[in-house]
Design a protein around this ligand. Structure first.
Ligand SMILES: Cc1ncc(COP(=O)(O)O)c(C=O)c1O
Length: 381
């Protein structure tokens, strides 16, 4: 049996997305910047895609810029906000994705702004909003960058509350929403955020395409210079089929969101119950074990008596189970997950990130539970 439980790393394409993209691979190959018929047809499809994304997020198409993915969109938001607004202080957390952490470190190293980290709870990884307020009070001319859903431990931050604090203290606000886009509804008429990010491959769209939302009241300089694409905000011929696929994937995600959520939450609950019964000393990292408080797609298992996490994942892989030991981006790194390192954890514990999608089944959950139970017989658990 081959089962895929690494959907926070990437998701399989939805068949409807493939169907939507195919005509732009086979027939509609014009360059959207060309003024002839072939070009105009493709330009019109891109603008329809932009309109669709904007409609779903309850905002206007002029605020959506297509990028090569979440990493580029995060880079664009952070670097360009700092440069455009002369931001002096960046307030973020140590559990952000490297797309944010490495970018802010680079900005600081270049002497463009200072970075300050909001405290996170050592038990569950939650960001302290009291400390955020303190940092905002004491650091004027600031920009806050806090993610909505954590890709490793599933923590959800109340970005509505963060946005209110940013408004109160006159700070700019960027949120990495890569893990919640397509899984939660974002209403940009209600959320006071300057920049927000999406990446298609996290919601059954193609890889290598994403978008940055920039609020109409916020006007930033480009990150990539070149042609006049994306209204002079991102040079380079557009990833046409990627953009078509992204819009279709977001539409499909919004249409089925409530039923997908119910299906996935039931699977997550089933896995938690079965694993707790089979391996009583198992734990769940971050808030991922609290169904109502965490990203419903992520369950981070804290495994007892595990000296070699790579071997554990390897053993699962041999059984046909694809999961990850933290973030996909940190696999192969000997220093382990920078997110788990922020939590107080007992020695000798392993970590397996199980991340679900609408395509997972009860049978697959039962298979993983059975294989893990075999690796952790009760007398050793
Ligand atoms: C929270 C978060 N931000 C950013 C990214 C980067 O997105 P992309 O793979 O589209 O560059 C990821 C991908 O793992 C992510 O999980």
């Amino acid at each position: 049996m081959a089962v895929y439980f690494d959907n926070a790393a990437t998701t399989p394409l939805d068949e409807q997305v493939i169907e939507a993209m195919l005509p732009y691979m086979r027939n509609n190959y014009g360059n959207p910047s060309s003024t002839h018929t072939h070009g105009r047809q493709v330009r019109s499809a891109i603008e329809k895609a932009r309109k669709k994304v904007a409609e779903l997020l309850n905002t206007s198409p002029a605020e959506i810029f297509f990028t090569s993915g979440g990493t580029e969109a995060d880079n664009m938001a952070l670097c360009c906000m700092v440069d455009t607004y002369g931001i002096e202080n960046i307030i973020t957390s140590k559990i952000e994705h490297h797309a944010v952490l490495h970018t802010v470190k680079h900005i600081e190293k270049a002497g463009r702004a200072q970075v300050h980290f909001v405290d996170t709870d050592k038990d569950n990884g939650n960001v302290s909003l009291q400390h955020l307020e303190h940092l905002l009070k004491t650091h004027p001319n600031a920009m806050v960058s806090l993610m909505h859903g954590n890709n490793e431990i599933g923590n959800l931050t109340d970005i509505g509350h963060v946005a209110e604090l940013c408004v109160a203290y006159g700070a700019k606000f960027h949120s990495d929403t890569v893990q919640t886009m397509g899984h939660y509804r974002h209403d940009l008429q209600k959320l006071s955020v300057d920049c927000l990010v999406g990446s298609a491959h996290k919601f059954h769209g193609p890889k290598g395409v994403g978008f940055l939302y920039v609020n109409h009241a916020t006007s930033i300089q480009p990150l990539i210079y070149g042609g006049a694409q994306e209204r002079n905000m991102r040079g380079g011929t557009e990833n046409v089929y990627g953009i078509i696929g992204l819009a279709k994937a977001l539409e499909v995600a919004y249409t089925g969101m409530e039923s997908h959520k119910a299906h996935i939450m039931a699977l997550k609950q089933r896995m938690m119950e079965h694993l707790t019964a089979a391996i009583p000393t198992i734990g769940f990292n971050g808030t991922s074990g609290h169904l109502d408080q965490s990203l419903y797609t992520v369950l981070n298992l804290c495994m007892p008596d595990t000296d070699d996490n790579d071997m554990l994942l390897f053993n699962l892989d041999i059984q046909g189970i694809s999961a990850s030991g933290g973030s996909a981006c940190s696999s192969g790194s000997s220093i382990g997950s920078h997110v788990l390192n922020e939590l107080d954890r007992s020695e000798g514990r392993g970590s397996i990130r199980i991340s679900f999608s609408k395509y997972n089944t009860e049978e697959e959950v039962d298979y993983v539970c059975q294989k893990l139970a075999e690796l952790y017989p009760v007398e050793n658990a």
